[in-house]
Structures are given as structure tokens and as C-alpha cells.
Design a protein around this ligand. Structure first.
Ligand code: SF4
Length: 243
């Protein structure tokens, strides 16, 4: 988000956080569709920022659920791909999938794969914890479809087995340094890196939790960056269009 260094137009596409994330584990948190109330998953280590955005704003929840419902109604790979294709705004150079949400099933994954193949001039990039789909189609991904495995999910065992490039959330710059990981501040690494990297914890974390304490320290030390990242808005937001 924000992407001060990436000057070209970036569109974001979002689905309901947690509800569309079959692989979410350490990050899992869902905002109730009607009330916005947050429920953390049983293994939650830090709270999904996207879910907190939904808790704060009904219009955010509604937009994400609308996208989800239109995709489910489209049913097939072709139907979903057509819907997405028809919804990408003009003059977009990058599409960030799943600013919130994830690949919720294989049909949907294949729909985006088809969209990427059909739009070679656009770079599509995302993180996923739906690692089985990534592993299955890794050999067929076009160069303009960049998917980074997101650590901390239910299927992490596939990461080492298939030598996947990963992103992991760290609670401090020191943790990233200790693990030998560069921190991605503006999606540059998500788009280009061939090496695993880190993302700094962001978003409001539950009071008293380890993540909550780490968040307080981050706000004191690298607060400007964290706030900007949280506040940043995409150049364009992709709302699925009903044709
Ligand atoms: S996978 Fe992403 S969107 Fe889904 S719950 Fe985890 S952090 Fe949130």
C-alpha cells in the first residue's frame, strides 16, 4: 500500500478477510459480516489487519462480500475469469490480488491464472497461504504472475518441501535482521524478489498480546512508515462489475 516508490498505477482486489482464507492460521481473524465484530482464530498470533479494516467500516465489508458473492455466482473458471477481466480498470500496470483475502478454491485460483495469461502487460502479484494451489500450478505461472508463499498458515510444511519463496511477518526490524531477511516496505520485493523476505507487523493488535506489545514499540520506532503503510490507499480499487 502507499507505494511511494512504485509510481505506476496499482489496482487492489479484496475479499472478506479470513472468510476466504482456507490456509490462514497464525493471522486468522474474521469480522462478522453484519456486525463487524472480530473473532480471532484459535492459533492466532497476530491479528489480520484486513479484518480490522472490515470491523471499522461497513462499506469495506460490503464491497468485499459483494466481490465474493459475484465470484461464487460465476461458478466456473471461465465465468470468474471473465468477471475479473471485465472489472480491471484501464491504464493499470499492476494488480495486487488479495490486499484482503486469499485463493478460496482451485477454480478461483485458475481464474486468476487465466486472467494473468490474458493480460501479459499487467503484473499481478499476491501472497498466499493456499499453498496447495501454488505448488500445483507453479510450473505454469506466467512471468507476470508473482505469487509469494505467506508463512504462518496451515500448509507451511509445503514451503520447504517445494522450496517456495516466502514472506513472513516479523515483530521488529531486529527479528528480520536476525533471520537474515530484507523487509519489504513498498511491495517491491513482492513484485520482484527471488529470495524470501519479511513484512513488518502492522495493524491494531489485541491489547496485552505479544503482537500488541510489538506494535507499540514499532509505532515508537518506525511509526511513520507503519502509519503510512496502514493509511496508504491504492491508486484504484477493483470492484467486480456486473455486466
Ligand atoms: S490470509 Fe491474509 S487476509 Fe486472510 S486472515 Fe490471514 S492475513 Fe488476513
Amino acid at each position: 500500500m502507499g507505494n511511494a516508490k512504485l509510481s505506476k498505477a496499482i489496482a487492489m482486489f479484496s475479499l472478506p478477510a479470513g472468510h476466504s482464507c482456507p490456509g490462514a492460521n497464525e493471522c486468522l481473524c474474521k469480522s462478522d459480516r453484519n456486525t463487524g465484530k472480530l473473532t480471532d482464530g484459535p492459533e492466532n498470533r497476530f491479528r489480520c489487519f484486513a479484518a480490522t479494516s472490515e470491523a471499522r467500516a461497513t462499506n469495506v465489508r460490503n464491497a468485499r462480500w459483494r466481490n465474493m458473492e459475484l465470484l461464487l455466482a460465476a461458478k466456473t473458471v471461465q465465468g470468474m475469469a471473465d468477471l475479473i477481466n471485465n472489472s480491471i480498470p484501464p491504464f493499470v500496470n499492476y494488480v495486487r490480488l488479495h490486499d484482503s483475502g486469499d485463493f478460496f478454491n482451485e477454480t478461483y485460483f485458475k481464474a486468476w491464472l487465466n486472467v494473468a495469461i490474458a493480460n501479459p502487460a499487467i503484473v499481478f502479484y499476491t501472497y498466499t497461504k493456499s499453498l496447495a494451489f501454488l505448488v500445483k500450478y507453479k510450473g505454469q505461472l506466467p512471468a507476470n504472475f508473482r505469487i509469494t508463499a505467506s508463512k504462518g498458515g496451515k500448509f507451511d510444511s509445503l514451503i520447504e518441501k517445494h522450496n517456495l519463496v516466502t514472506a513472513e511477518v516479523v515483530f521488529s526490524t531486529e527479528e528480520a535482521r536476525r533471520k537474515g531477511l530484507e523487509i519489504d516496505h513498498d511491495d517491491t520485493l513482492a513484485i520482484k524478489s527471488e529470495k524470501s523476505f519479511a513484512l513488518l507487523l502492522h495493524g491494531c493488535q489485541p491489547k496485552g498480546s505479544l503482537a500488541g506489545e510489538a506494535w507499540k514499540v514499532l509505532m515508537r520506532t518506525v511509526g511513520g512508515y507503519v502509519r503510512n503503510r496502514q493509511r496508504g490507499t491504492p491508486s484504484k480499487s477493483v470492484q467486480l462489475a456486473v455486466k
